[in-house]
Design a protein around this ligand. Structure first.
Ligand SMILES: C[S@@+](CC[C@H](N)C(=O)[O-])C[C@H]1O[C@@H](n2cnc3c(N)ncnc32)[C@H](O)[C@@H]1O
Length: 294
């Protein structure tokens, strides 16, 4: 309890920092009247204590510092022992690396990300996600650790699609049960495909234009995708996200930087709303953009 409160207070201070590259969101009357946006009283409202409590109740229960150390050791062993470098930038290479990993290795390597998701994603959804059923896509969803957070915070009746290139991860995600904030089971669909190709649903049908309210990505663009690859994905966001819809993408020095991500989304007709991360030691931020309307 005390630890949770301390974590919430620290997060509050640390995540209040503004982002210097673009203008921060102004929560003003302009937001209420902008085409394609929703009135503020119809938006998800969260505070840090609620986010922290949900993270502790529904997220991974492990302590983060030893987890990070274990992840680093595992990555080192994979790099030296099996020549698998998870930090490779090229999309084709990184897919081959993930394919060579077993589920056990993936869970070990993704442990830090799974912990961070329960803190980063809700901070970006806060004050922006409509409190009504939405259509959401979780890009590079892996075994569904980020999808579980979306399922928890999206209103019941939402339609969520997880996309990942690795069928062994998608098979594991399909075996999971996802629940919303009221504890009701949420149906989630999955599709195996490269996110650089045109996105398709669980039946292989192309996602229609302007049909998606939220595209989420964590643990992917900040470490694995260069500018060219990310530009292809942003172009798909431009096509499928409806005016007023959100795109939340991670950024980082190993992959696509904040500045490049902000530039690509701005050129594609999105405005930058803000950014969030899990804690002050997290070197990956997730940036949140809204598609301009109508
Ligand atoms: C670090 S994991 C993140 C998983 C998940 N988002 C989470 O937060 O737990 C990165 C994922 O990206 C997937 N991936 C990498 N390149 C991809 C591509 N070109 N198309 C689809 N998925 C890809 C990998 O298979 C892996 O599951």
């Amino acid at each position: 309890m005390v630890q949770g409160l301390v974590e919430a207070c620290v997060s509050l201070v640390v995540n209040a920092e503004p982002f210097a590259v673009t203008q921060p969101e102004r929560r003003s009357s302009a937001l209420r009247t902008m085409p394609g946006t929703v009135k503020r009283d119809r938006l998800l409202e969260l505070d840090e204590i609620t986010i922290t409590r949900a993270a502790r109740e529904h997220g991974p229960g492990y302590a983060i510092v030893p987890t990070c150390v274990r992840t680093m050791v595992r990555e080192f062993l994979l790099r030296t022992g099996r020549r698998l470098n998870i930090r490779k930038l090229q999309s084709a290479d990184i897919r081959a690396v993930y394919r060579a990993l077993g589920l056990d290795d993936f869970h070990a390597i993704n442990a830090r990300q799974a912990w961070a998701n329960w803190r980063t994603i809700p901070r970006n959804l806060n004050g922006r996600l409509p409190r009504e059923p939405v259509t959401a896509i979780d890009l590079c969803c892996g075994v569904g650790d980020s999808t579980a957070v979306l399922a928890y915070y999206c209103s019941s009746g939402s339609r969520i699609l997880g996309i990942d290139a690795e069928d062994q991860f998608i098979a594991a995600a399909r075996r999971r049960t996802f629940v919303d904030g009221q504890g009701h089971e949420t149906p989630v669909q999955f599709q195996v495909q490269d996110v650089l190709d045109a996105w398709t649903d669980e039946h292989g049908r192309r996602i229609p234009g302007q049909s998606v309210d939220l595209v989420n990505a964590v643990g992917a663009f900040g470490c694995h995708f260069d500018r060219t690859a990310t530009a292809r994905v942003v172009e798909q966001c431009r096509r499928v996200v409806r005016p007023g819809g959100l795109a939340m993408f991670d950024a980082g020095r190993d992959g696509t930087s904040h500045a490049v991500l902000a530039q690509l989304f701005t050129q594609a007709g999105f405005e930058w709303l803000g950014r969030a991360r899990s804690c002050c030691l997290d070197r990956f931020w997730q940036l949140c953009f809204r598609k301009r309307g109508p």
